[in-house]
Design a protein around this ligand. Structure first.
Ligand SMILES: Cc1ncc(COP(=O)(O)O)c(C=O)c1O
Length: 377
């Protein structure tokens, strides 16, 4: 069986975990966490990175940090993972779903402004497949309406928009290190704080609402409860694992890009024959090969394609069920427009191919089987 995802190991993870164990500091914010923060700040260009338990946790921190509350509206795509919306719904805020562009499958920036109401407080963009949203247009709308911009960069580590790394462009960015991502720690994430005015409070929210981070730096002589917060920091074992991965982030990305490029070359012939549509990466974006997907002709064609690959032992999968038509999405959110046609169209037709560092020896088998699976229709 060729799985859809296989976690990549650098080989140094266990050694680093043994080091953390020997150091005897297993709670959060020890030497490995600090190493991860420094690596992330270097890799993303963000002024401040804070490790969290997950991207979900980073998004929840963002919602608290921006003081979002009941009735506040957050504009976002419906074509995303539940956490993009859930993090804000937990604060009582309302996700307002906007359709996506048919090329990048990212939020359609031309539809954002008409979705703004007097209750809109923020825009949460999602960089699908590690390809950037049209950030200049989005930042411009946000500035004109006094909105905050949160980048859900769960899939976007090391990708760039006009040379800037994803997650470092909006006020806040959220990364995921879930084992399905390019750089992993099992479960894990980080909040990138690009607005310096938000850094101090972010540290407090992450440390159960206390100023413990300041205490550890010797900036206050005792720590106390000063704000709302929760426990968002992972322990040192997770940080040790992640440090090994972050050190190799660039080489992991390069390996994935070679696989992505092969898929893209394979898909070209079938695009000409209009059996599928390939991913589009705009000229001013560099992507991180987080995902290779194809949009097929119909739901039936997609189901047949995935079934045929599975029969050959290849794990191809579909992706998001749109949030606007999910039970919780209908209860807690609303659509900006009557219909989200591109979202509905794409979610029924998109198939994702296996993509992981180490797949190379089996890649030709995968593309040959995929060719046969398409031709059988
Ligand atoms: C766009 C997006 N946002 C958020 C998440 C949640 O990430 P995590 O599992 O680290 O909480 C994911 C995970 O797949 C995602 O794809």
């Amino acid at each position: 069986m060729i799985p859809f995802n296989k976690p990549y190991m650098t080989g140094r993870e266990l050694g680093y975990i043994a080091e953390a164990h020997a150091a005897g500091h297993l709670s959060g914010d020890g030497a490995f966490t600090k190493r991860c923060h420094a690596l992330l700040e270097r890799l993303t260009g963000s002024g401040r990175a804070l490790l969290t338990h997950s991207c979900t946790a980073a998004l929840e921190m963002a919602a608290i940090l921006l003081d979002l509350g009941p009735g506040d509206e957050v504009i976002m795509p419906s074509f995303t993972f539940v956490s993009t919306a859930n993090a804000f719904v937990l604060r009582g805020a309302v996700p307002v779903f906007v359709d996506i562009r048919s090329d990048t499958l990212n939020i359609d920036e031309s539809l954002i402004e008409t979705a703004v109401t007097p209750r809109t407080r923020a825009i949460c963009v999602v960089h699908y497949a590690g390809v950037s949203c049209e950030m200049d247009a989005i930042l411009d709308i946000a500035a004109r309406h006094g909105l905050k911009v949160i980048e859900d960069a769960a899939q976007g580590i090391l990708s760039t928009y006009k040379g800037r790394r994803l997650g470092s462009i909006g006020h806040l960015g959220a990364l995921s290190f879930h084992e399905t991502k390019n750089v992993i720690s099992g479960e894990g994430g980080a909040l990138l704080i690009n607005d310096p005015a938000l850094v101090e409070r972010a540290e407090i929210i992450r440390e159960k609402g206390t100023n413990r981070s300041k205490f550890f730096r010797g900036q206050v002589d005792k720590y106390t409860w000063i704000d709302v917060g929760s426990s968002y920091l992972p322990g040192e074992i997770v940080a040790a694992f992640l440090a090994a991965q972050l050190e190799d982030a660039e080489s992991i990305t390069a390996q994935r890009l070679a696989i992505w490029d092969r898929y893209h070359q394979w898909a070209h012939a079938h695009e000409d024959g209009s059996r599928l549509r390939r991913p589009v990466v705009p000229a001013d974006c560099e992507h991180n090969a987080h995902m290779y997907f194809a949009v097929l002709r119909s739901l039936e064609a997609r189901s047949n394609f995935i079934d045929r690959l599975r029969q050959a032992g290849i794990g191809a999968v579909f992706h998001y069920i749109p949030l606007h038509s999910s039970p919780a999405g209908m209860k807690y959110g609303r659509c900006a427009d009557e219909r989200l046609d591109v979202t509905d169209h794409v979610s029924e037709r998109l198939a994702r191919m296996p993509l992981w560092a180490g797949l190379e020896p089996q890649l030709e088998f995968v593309v040959d089987t995929a060719t046969r699976a398409l031709a059988a229709d």
